[in-house]
Design a protein around this ligand. Structure first.
Ligand SMILES: C=CC1=C(C)c2cc3[nH]c(cc4nc(cc5[nH]c(cc1n2)c(C)c5CCC(=O)O)C(CCC(=O)O)=C4C)c(C)c3C=C
Ligand SMILES: [Fe+2]
Ligand SMILES: [Fe+2]
Length: 360
């Protein structure tokens, strides 16, 4: 068996610490061909669709990949900008901002990069870049605040798959969730407060999270509980009573039951219950993407207004807001504790010299 070898003698350099931010991934272009490639990889992941493989292969290749790419391409075309897919450009900005903040805080041997679980840039390409810079310690932070096997565990699978090909593995730390991390909760609350300062409050605040099949919860996935805890902590931070906010689940796929209450059905029902104004925030999406901009910002707005609702506001995601970046940096720094973090150039060059001698 052949392993990926370290070709650039990075072991001759002082050890660096790599921070790899990851997210779901997005199609390269809003075109059916690119969508087919992306959806095939995404929907073939057994962590995402837990259905017997042979049966699923037939449904996916026989039906879904012949219909969905065209439909999804149309939806993506409404959110792509000159900078590309929102999920991509927000993740690029987050990566640059986290790198700048960590460097400014004195973590001068930390290199930050990002990878996407599906599509580009792949985990392997990002890991190659990090290893080539001398990274021997790696912290991986999937930007999913709430743990779910379909996202967080799937990211770990992809990391492990890459490592199976590698001869020399780095030390590894993996942050599987941060749904109740105080600085993240504060950033969410700040974002909502800022919105209120401009627009005032609405009758209710709705926290909408991406759904997963209910079966995954029944089989032990903690995602549902973590979403409810995040909502409660943000609401407490904002001083809201239980009557003032709701938690719902969006983005259903397929026919089986998903986590309830559903976002779309809730928004269709609220006006008849006397709720005429609503503000929607999506704490589970660290960056705006198709599911927030198009599904929450447009599609669900229509449902609410069509049902008689008067005022609907989508509160955009944390993206690269300074308090979000500060929260991520705090989470990263805490998880780097005990690993060599130095701002001392003399020590770094001594380590470099020693390593070079060992190589000779
Ligand atoms: C098929 C089942 C799906 C599960 C389970 C699922 C879980 C899940 N997804 C996210 C975050 C995102 N999903 C996004 C898009 C998206 N999700 C699914 C399906 C499942 N997701 C599909 C088919 C798509 C593609 C769009 C479409 O064709 O409708 C995105 C947006 C990506 C973008 O490019 O903008 C995100 C983000 C989470 C957090 C999650 C489980 C908790
Ligand atoms: Fe999804
Ligand atoms: Fe969607």
């Amino acid at each position: 068996m052949g392993f990926i070898n370290t070709k650039d003698f990075s072991h001759a350099q002082a050890d660096k610490i790599g921070v790899l931010l990851t997210n779901l991934g997005t199609p390269d272009e809003p075109k059916p061909k690119a969508l087919k490639r992306y959806l095939k990889q995404f929907l073939s992941d057994p962590r995402v669709v837990e259905v017997p493989r042979l049966l699923w292969w037939c449904i996916l290749n026989g039906v879904i990949l012949n219909i969905r790419p065209r439909r999804s391409a149309k939806a993506y075309a409404t959110v792509f900008t000159d900078e590309g897919s929102p999920l991509m450009f927000h993740t690029v900005r987050q990566t640059k901002a986290v790198q700048a903040a960590l460097t400014a805080a004195g973590h001068d041997n930390v290199v930050v990069d990002f990878a996407m679980r599906y599509g580009n840039p792949s985990f392997t390409s990002a890991l190659e870049r990090l290893m080539a810079q001398g990274v021997r310690k790696l912290l991986v932070l999937p930007l999913y605040p709430q743990y779910s096997a379909s996202t967080s565990a799937s990211s770990f699978d992809e990391l492990a798959r890459d490592f199976m090909q590698r001869r020399w593995l780095p030390d590894l730390r993996f942050i599987s969730h941060y749904h109740d991390y105080p600085a993240y909760i504060d950033a969410c609350a700040n974002r909502i407060r800022e919105h209120w300062q401009v627009h005032g409050m609405a009758d209710k605040l709705l926290f909408s999270y991406h759904g997963i099949p209910k079966r995954y919860l029944m089989n032990g996935d903690p995602y549902h509980c973590e979403c409810y805890k995040t909502s409660r902590l943000i609401a407490e931070q904002l001083g809201l009573s239980k009557e003032q906010y709701l938690t719902t689940f969006q983005s259903r796929f397929g026919r089986e039951e998903w986590l309830k209450p559903y976002t779309d059905e809730t928004l269709k029902a609220l006006p008849a219950q006397g709720v005429s104004s609503i503000q929607v925030f999506c704490p589970g999406f660290s960056a705006d993407c198709l599911e927030t901009i198009e599904e929450i910002g447009e599609e669900n707005k229509e449902y609410f207004e069509h049902a008689g609702g008067k005022r609907y506001e989508y509160i955009s995601a944390l993206n690269d807001r300074p308090d979000h970046i500060a929260a991520l940096c705090q989470l990263i720094s805490t998880n780097l504790q005990g690993w060599q973090l130095t701002t001392d150039p003399a020590r770094l060059s001594r380590a470099q010299a020693l390593n070079s001698q060992e190589v000779k």
